[in-house]
Ligand binder design. Sequence first.
Ligand SMILES: CC(=O)SCCNC(=O)CCNC(=O)[C@H](O)C(C)(C)COP(=O)(O)OP(=O)(O)OC[C@H]1O[C@@H](n2cnc3c(N)ncnc32)[C@H](O)[C@@H]1OP(=O)(O)O
Length: 299
Amino acid sequence: MEFPFDLNALLPERISVLDHNLTAGRKSLGRPDPQRQISTVIDELGKASAKAQQLAAPITSAPKLQSNRHHLYLLKEGESNGGRGVAVGFLKVGYKKLFLLDQQGAHVEIEPLCVLDFFVTENLQRHGYGLELFSYMLQHKRVEPVRMAYDRPSPKFLSFLEKHYGLKDSVPQVNNFVVFDGFFRDRSAVQHRKPVPRKVEGEIKPYSLTERDVVREEQKALPWPFARPARPPLSPPLSLPSQYSRSLSVDSSPSRGPPRPCPGPGAYRSQTPHSQYLENVTCRAKRTSSLNRSQISFN
Ligand SMILES: CC(=O)SCCNC(=O)CCNC(=O)[C@H](O)C(C)(C)COP(=O)(O)OP(=O)(O)OC[C@H]1O[C@@H](n2cnc3c(N)ncnc32)[C@H](O)[C@@H]1OP(=O)(O)O
């Protein structure tokens, strides 16, 4: 993805690690408003990622990064675009407090590092850039892929995880997060286990939403005539097991979350744990396995 400014001057490293400060390590060297340009890069990549995944709206943007304790790894290719560089893709991770089911079906409250968004521009996919980003993140976070949770991974990402890390067998969940065999190994000492609550009759409401669901809630919150009709709930892809439904995430823990400016209705997950499952709730956005787009250029 090309930009009308010098990416190499903006992002000196091949992979930049960005957080809520939107800085790429080095201070501005007299460049005009580097933060605004970094925001543009993040916003455009976020939009392209959402489009590639057929999400209703981006789950990655500069304002979202500024209001969360996430890390965004941004990969550039410095030689291209007449030496000004192109943005190749990004990987966004963050800690999320989740309620997961372990191998025995017991409810476990846990706060793993999660992959939240991952994108390589269409024309550069299957060239090893995704692996470069992912392995950089693993080293930076000192984590193994099997110890991470994955927020509604796309078919391409599932294939990526199996190919590069041998992650294949997942532990069934009742939410959108996917964890693989080995995730719960040696965790019992630090986990706060909870008994699985009995299902209560009546209306079943989620007590928390994934970022992907938040995007949908934000859209629903718009007044008529601005609100766009929500997509009908879709069944999980045939190749995937039934665990790919809604999440029981309760967001980042208070200790990790930065101060947030007064969220709007539905903007963030409820913090109140609910004792009900979401077994029947499969309201989810459809992902696509591929989009044949030519090289994206932003001018
Ligand atoms: C939690 C989440 O973020 S889910 C969202 C994940 N993102 C997306 O689905 C957006 C579209 N896809 C992409 O951006 C990329 O394909 C990524 C980020 C998933 C992987 O990045 P890449 O640079 O393509 O990965 P890399 O080249 O290192 O590895 C290639 C492997 O990834 C998987 N993969 C990549 N593209 C495809 C594809 N079009 N179809 C199937 N598998 C694919 C395959 O396992 C592939 O190995 P193969 O070519 O031998 O079959």
